[in-house]
Write a protein that binds this ligand. Sequence first.
Ligand SMILES: [Mg+2]
Ligand SMILES: [Zn+2]
Length: 187
Amino acid sequence: MKMIILDRDGVINHDSPAFIKSPAEWVPIPGSLEAIARLNQAGYRVVVASNQSGIARELFDMQMLNAIHHKMHTHAQQLGADVDAIFFCPHAAVDNCDCRKPKAGMFEEIAKRFKVSLKGVPTVGDSLRDLQAGYISGCMPYLVLTGKGQKTHETGGLPPGTQVFPDLATMVNVLLKTAGAAAHIPI
Ligand SMILES: [Mg+2]
Ligand SMILES: [Zn+2]
């Protein structure tokens, strides 16, 4: 089984410093849902791992988060895209939980749920903590420059081997081309 793990805000949809608090505020980045559809067609399970401390901060509740994700699923399905699962951390940094990225808790849950090793699984984020959580879980980190990505790139200190792409659409094009090319290497 092929899998890819995506951050949500700043990777699939536009991010906001004021948090994404309602379905109306959830707006896809151009090409991101189409990219998820291409991943599905290439046999990838697409899993989201997202810090959502807005819940701990009481900026929105679980019902609202479900409504936001319902919008994401609906828009994705209209383009033939399917997000297989959404893992989220509802805690704030002060809660000191095990799931908030840069910790690996959500990634461990994903590995358990899907009964897979995450070794070499591509993970895409726009913040350093996304890449760190993926890296310590054995994933291949990819930084996109959407969302907070430009700032993350300028700050530096990325995990070893991090690859940088303008956005998810471009990253997926390269990933799928590489995978296709690798299939043609004679053994
Ligand atoms: Mg993000
Ligand atoms: Zn948590």
